[in-house]
Design a binder for this molecule. Structure first.
Ligand code: BG6
Length: 507
């Protein structure tokens, strides 16, 4: 406990965590992410009273905007996408610290203007020199922005102030490019100044994996190869690629979300208990388990990639991937990927982890299903258990956040018939508070300097090490399979599990 005020221990998790004097500079402020997620998250934090009174938001972009135009953009984005209700008094306070700097990333004058804007804000808003730079920009622009920050003294932490860099994915497109990027970033920023965003780690339900496993006694003893048959991690989306052809084509589903979100989910599901929830202790366990991931021997049999073909979704006819605007008709980019991984350690030896993701699937759902072995012996008549599946614990990440435990139960009646039933915990029913958006949590953590929920360099590089051989195999072997939009993926993915006597869940 703090000696100055024994009633307010800063480490007390029950107290609201409020950011100190600070500001946020967003590069790429005219982009989709900024409008849909970042600007609304800043407003929601302000609305919840978690930002300091003089908090400042600086947009940097090529657009010919005055400060007022920028403020109007933020206003519209907030009105459209914020989670919490619009309150004029919160908005009026926030707008005091809003500035726009017009320029391109190679424009030295623009970075000088950014420097003087920050100095002006320090005086007018009391931001204390504490600024985070959010790089919501294409990867090819990372190096120039980072170099410009250095060149114009914006990365310097003077007189006890802090400067932080927030980096959006994709963090490279393979191990080599990720290593190069890491080098560029770390020539300017020390490791503790760098915050790599994997927004899945900001989701409440993802953090709940840790609570479920390590705050309880009943799950951990069964969370291993003695009882677990396999684990399925699914991130299904019903949307197509929308207007993102430029980003998505050539990247594909595996690079877009398996390399980051799904491997982070795997790490949290499979890692050992950290000695504490300090960033270092957590990263050490995640790194260890990612380092123990083993690829299948036969990548042809145990990985599948596919593209959506035309089909029906929610009663609407939708185009196939190759017919989307901006996509080359010969593109081999995967919009669906399924891979089998194993983890070479005592806890998980021999237990497959099946990861799958896809666009234009049956519905939007992300879940982790830990599927258990069948009972070693059944005293029941085989007809009694015909409809009994495997026991499972399903962590429902979204949209219907919660946890389901599935087990067999006697069907009421005179005969012994056993069927699957489920026991549900739903966030919506158990708690009155609604969950903050991932970006709210992550931006607040950046301002607080709390790096628990941000993957480290090693995690990013290990994840590319896992994916690179798969991408290389796909590059050199054939074409993606096809699946009609609105279905649960290609037949090849079903066959991949059937060969092992298993099947995908249909969430
Ligand atoms: C992003 C991917 O990281 O996550 C997108 O680039 C994907 O392709 C998105 O649609 C999904 O995020 P969420 O939070 O809606 O599951």
């Amino acid at each position: 406990m703090s000696s100055s005020n024994p009633l307010r221990d800063p480490a007390d998790r029950r107290l609201p965590r409020i950011a100190g004097p600070s500001g946020l500079v967003i590069f790429g402020v005219t982009g989709d992410l900024s409008r849909k997620k970042l600007m609304p998250a800043v407003y929601d934090l302000a609305n919840r009273g978690l930002l300091p009174p003089g908090f400042s938001l600086v947009g940097f972009a090529r657009r010919e905007w005055a400060h007022e135009d920028f403020a109007q953009e933020v206003h519209d984005a907030v009105k459209e996408h914020a989670r919490t209700p619009f309150r004029e008094e919160v908005w009026q306070q926030l707008i005091q610290g809003m500035r726009f700097v017009q320029g391109t990333f190679d424009d030295d004058d623009a970075f000088e203007r950014l420097r003087s804007t920050i100095e002006e804000l320090d005086k007018a808003q009391g931001t204390g020199g504490n600024f985070a730079f959010y790089l919501s920009v294409p990867p090819k622009s990372f190096p120039v922005v980072i170099q410009q920050l250095k060149k114009h003294g914006l990365a310097d932490q003077k007189g006890g102030s802090w400067r932080r860099a927030v980096i959006e994915k994709p963090f490279g497109h393979d191990l080599k490019s990720a290593e190069e990027l890491n080098k560029v970033v770390h020539e300017v920023f020390a490791p503790e100044q760098v915050f790599r965003i994997d927004h899945y780690l900001g989701k409440e339900t993802v953090q709940n994996i840790l609570a479920l496993r390590f705050a309880n006694t009943m799950f951990e003893p069964i969370w291993n190869r003695s009882l677990v048959d396999h684990v399925q991690i699914t991130m299904a989306e019903d949307i197509g690629i929308g207007g993102r052809a430029g980003y998505y084509d050539g990247i594909g589903a595996a690079r877009d979300v398996i390399q980051n979100h799904l491997l982070q989910l795997l790490a949290l599901t499979a890692m050992e208990e950290p000695s504490s929830f300090d960033a270092d202790a957590l990263a050490a366990e995640k790194t260890k388990v990612l380092g123990a991931v083993k690829l299948p021997k036969d990548l042809g049999r145990d990985t599948v990639r596919a593209q959506y073909a035309a089909g029906w979704q929610g009663g609407t006819k939708v185009r196939g991937y190759l017919e989307e605007d901006g996509i080359d008709a010969s593109s081999k980019t995967d919009t669906y990927a399924a891979i089998k991984l194993e983890i070479d350690n005592r806890r998980w030896a021999g237990v497959p982890f099946y990861l799958r993701t896809g666009k234009r699937l049956g519905r939007r759902v992300t879940e982790i299903a830990v599927v258990f072995q069948r009972a070693p012996h059944s005293p029941f008549d085989s007809t009694a258990t015909e409809e009994l599946g495997s026991n499972a614990i399903v962590i429902r990440v979204q949209p219907d956040e919660g946890v389901t435990v599935r087990f067999g139960s006697k069907v009421p009646g005179t005969s012994m018939e056993i069927r699957d039933v489920s026991m549900d915990f739903a966030y919506g029913e158990s708690f009155t508070e609604s969950s903050p958006e991932a970006y709210e949590r992550l931006i607040l953590d950046v301002l607080l300097g709390d790096s628990n929920l941000f993957p480290r360099t090693e995690e990013v590089e290990l994840s590319w090490k896992i994916l690179d051989p798969i991408e290389e195999y796909w590059d050199n072997n054939g074409k993606p399979a096809q699946y009609p939009a609105g279905t649960w993926g290609p037949a090849e993915a079903d066959e991949m599990l059937e060969r092992h006597g298993r099947s995908w869940r249909r969430p």
